[in-house]
Design a protein. Sequence first.
Lengths: 140, 71
Amino acid sequence: MNTEEMKRHLAKPIEFELDEGSGKIGMSPLKINDLPELMELQSELASSMKGAGDDAVFKISKEMTISVTNLLRKSLTAGNPEIKEPEVIDEFIASNFIRLMPKLFEVNSLTSGRDRIKEEKVKKIKERLDGNIGAGASSK
Amino acid sequence: MVTSVQELLQSRHKEEENYLLLLHHALMKTYGWIPLEEFKELPIPTVINLIDRINQDIEAEKRAYEKAKRK
């Protein structure tokens, strides 16, 4: 388990920078009470997705935007207790919505550590196979 | 059959409650009594990892049982 995973496990804020040198932002994992909203959001996102991998395109509805904003607000408020003005958090979310959304799913990953290891192994095997296929095709 | 938005929202709310109750029940079965208010405060990654741990234990128990049965 690395430091980030341990922080998530203990509900400690994970710090990141949106741009290099722009200052660190804290984001805390959500509480289990927010799980139904997060899961609903993930399933809506998955069903609205077109394409795969880097070419995937999402259609975000108004309801989804409200839901993401609500969850981001909770996560950022808990991760940055020194910010007392809720409107600052809201403005920050509004101006960085697209960049903050993946972070929300990263911090509140619904994949267990064991599954993540499995996924990484499968990904590595797939990359190796793709490499071999690519090398085979070029040698022909 | 769901006939109105109100009913749809109520059924969805019930589903969410059931889902959380199942998670709460699974954790209490393994770790003992957890007050509901404390459970609601647990971080999502903690619960996901604990449930995964419980599943691993069940799988290990099943394997041990199958092994013992074969002897």
